[in-house]
Design a protein around this ligand. Sequence first.
Ligand code: PHE
Length: 368
Amino acid sequence: MPAPDGDGSAGEGGAQDLSQESIEGHVAAALRAVGAAGDLDELKQARLAHAGDRSPLALANRAIGGLPGSEKAAAGKLVGQARGKVNQALAARQVELEAERDERILVDEAMDLTVAPGRRPLGRRHVLTVTAERMADAMVGMGWEIAEGPQVEAEWFNFDALNFDKDHPARQMQDTFFVDPAKAGLVLRTHTSPVQARSLIERGVPLYVAVPGKTFRTDELDATHTPVFHQLEGLAIDEGLTMAHLKGTLDRLAEGMFGPGIVSRLRPAYFPFTEPSAEMDFRCFVCRGVATDPACRTCGGTGWIEWGGCGMVNQNVLRACGVDPDRYQGFAFGMGVERTAMFRHGIADMREMIEGDVRFNAQFGMEI
Ligand code: PHE
């Protein structure tokens, strides 16, 4: 910071040299200091030293009052012009330095708005989670309760309680994951139907439960199979239930998943735990059963898409769970959540659903 040059001025109250030479010396010193100020802070110091209350010119100005009357006018003009020059120089330098500062800020603080921000990517809910929840919601909307059961299940609940013969092929090694040791009688549940028996025993009748959950079969992973998959099970037991109630329930669930008018169809089939049994389809939501040429690619021209199995609960199951089959009847159904999600979202390959790439799930948006 440039200090005011020695200019021979005396301290306050001392005798002031008001000669033209001395005043011009103060002005010259002030202009040098102003010119040398490299930034606004330095200029502030120069202003204090050369134009402040205690600067030589201010002191000189104050000393005019003590001069004989005849000298006052000339001295006043001399000092006044000198101070005016210094103030002008200060103001001009101030403008210059402010402009420099503003330019520097523009360069130093410039932001590159094209640089990608380091944003933390958001996770997504899995399409299977969302689909299973939506299926369960459709059931809750009809007044049903949600039930759950264990994934490692007693063989008795998975098979025996459901009227599977001891030699039923589904029990064989090629379908079922048995849990060591074999004598423990445990399996990874092959369907959600064991929760039918569990709910009947735990909750009693009348009963309306929907069971979303994970299921396991010894299938190789490919585009249409996965050893770990999901089902939604439904079980209704009450007095006077008929297959018409089953059909109406499936129609509402199909509409809830695929839209108004997408109803269900039943085809005769066999399951040990239902009698009569049926396989169910839902109306193709693309062609809606209207024949097209070429044939609809979604349903292959049949107008229907396979969904799962269902039927009236076999009386042997009711008996195994302590329910009087002469008083209570009911129906059950089960379908794949993967299959439902694949049709709902046009997913061609099951493996995409289990690879865990967040970009896959990001395609389905956020559904709650
Ligand atoms: N549990 C059967 C399956 O996994 C589906 C089903 C459920 C059939 C309920 C009838 C009644 O294939």
